[in-house]
Design a protein around this ligand. Structure first.
Ligand SMILES: Nc1ncnc2c1ncn2[C@@H]1O[C@H](COP(=O)(O)OP(=O)(O)OP(=O)(O)O)[C@@H](O)[C@H]1O
Ligand SMILES: [Mg+2]
Length: 311
């Protein structure tokens, strides 16, 4: 079974797709079969980063049942390094309003892909789709730049993902889920308190759901003055989510990144000696050792949801 890693951010344009393309390429060069999946619904462009302009099959073909398996939409990028890409969808109503059943089928197929590593670009924002795609993984990666708005948006994203994870653990359970659904939560401890009030076992279920919720952070476009914002993010998360983010990568601001995108090549191949390429090698080492450690799988199974929470 493949190890799934999801890559998300609160704010758009912070470098997720650039990270996915470079990290995927380097992991595949370590001898792993890697599939990149573009689940940035409505904003898919990962294929463009590899100069693939008109892929003959995409996620849309799978979602509209034109292809039976998700595997059929996987295009080899570099056959030597075992790297494939499943291009995302364009702006279609079917995908922007992805029905629950289709989302379940997609997640089921993702989990069965024939690969060692599946790297999922989940796009920006905090829609239920994005949160669910983020949570379906074995390992959660988040990307932020030192820009204060990016840090704040990432904090919001992680908080909502944690809340969604706890709620998902309760969705099949009444009366707890009904009570939870009618509330707006500001922090994970709010959820835990509320759960504790409505069900004796609730607190234990919630704590279990959050036990392994440890997203890792990739800082992108870093400059020497950026440190203070990261500290603030860590403090906010500790206080309101009860988790911290381990920093697994630190990618500098680098004009070569921009140039590499114009040439449709990951920067690690376009400018192998550039500061960002060097940083990507360190990141891929860190990710490689992270996923090589034995650990219980903590994948979010999608369960039946009460209608109100369906996206
Ligand atoms: N380290 C960097 N140094 C310089 N420029 C960068 C760096 N990282 C990203 N960029 C610039 O930011 C742009 C956006 O990157 P990318 O498309 O990967 O972001 P994204 O988070 O996937 O965006 P979206 O949310 O729209 O999907 C790139 O085209 C590039 O010009
Ligand atoms: Mg993107």
């Amino acid at each position: 079974m493949a190890t799934i890693l999801s890559v998300a951010s609160g704010k758009g344009g912070v470098g997720k797709s650039m990270v996915v393309s470079n990290l995927g390429l380097l992991l595949s060069r370590k001898g792993k079969k890697v599939i990149l999946v573009d689940l940035d619904i409505g904003g898919a462009n990962l294929h463009i980063l590899f100069g693939m302009f008109h892929p003959h099959s995409t996620l849309t073909d799978f979602l509209t049942n034109r292809t039976k398996t998700l595997e059929e939409a996987a295009h080899p990028i570099n056959t030597i390094s075992h790297l494939k890409l499943i291009p995302g969808t364009g702006e279609t109503l079917i995908t922007s309003n992805l029905q629950h059943a289709k989302k379940k089928r997609l997640i089921r197929h993702l989990q069965k892909l024939d690969a060692d590593i599946v790297l999922v670009d989940v796009g920006a924002g905090t829609s239920y789709h994005t949160l669910d795609f983020f949570l379906l993984a074995d390992y959660y990666l988040s990307v932020a730049t030192p820009d204060p708005t990016s840090v704040l948006d990432l904090y919001r994203f992680i908080k909502l993902a944690a809340i969604r994870k706890v709620l998902t653990a309760f969705l099949a359970r009444d009366p707890v889920s009904e009570t939870l659904l009618n509330q707006d939560f500001h922090s994970v401890s709010d959820v835990l308190e509320s759960v504790g009030r409505t069900s004796e076992s609730g607190m234990a279920v919630a704590q279990e759901a959050l036990k392994d919720f440890k997203p890792a952070l990739i800082l992108n476009r870093m400059t020497p003055k950026a440190r203070i914002n990261t500290l603030q993010l860590q403090q906010l998360l500790k206080q309101y989510v009860g988790t911290t983010l381990a920093v697994v990568g630190n990618i500098p601001e680098d004009t070569q990144v921009h140039d590499s995108i114009l040439k449709y090549l990951p920067v690690v191949d376009f400018a192998p000696k550039s500061p960002s390429a060097q940083a990507f090698h360190q990141l891929s080492e860190n990710i490689f050792s992270l996923i090589s450690q034995p650990r219980e799988r903590n994948r979010e199974e999608m369960i039946e949801e009460p209608r109100k929470l369906r996206a």
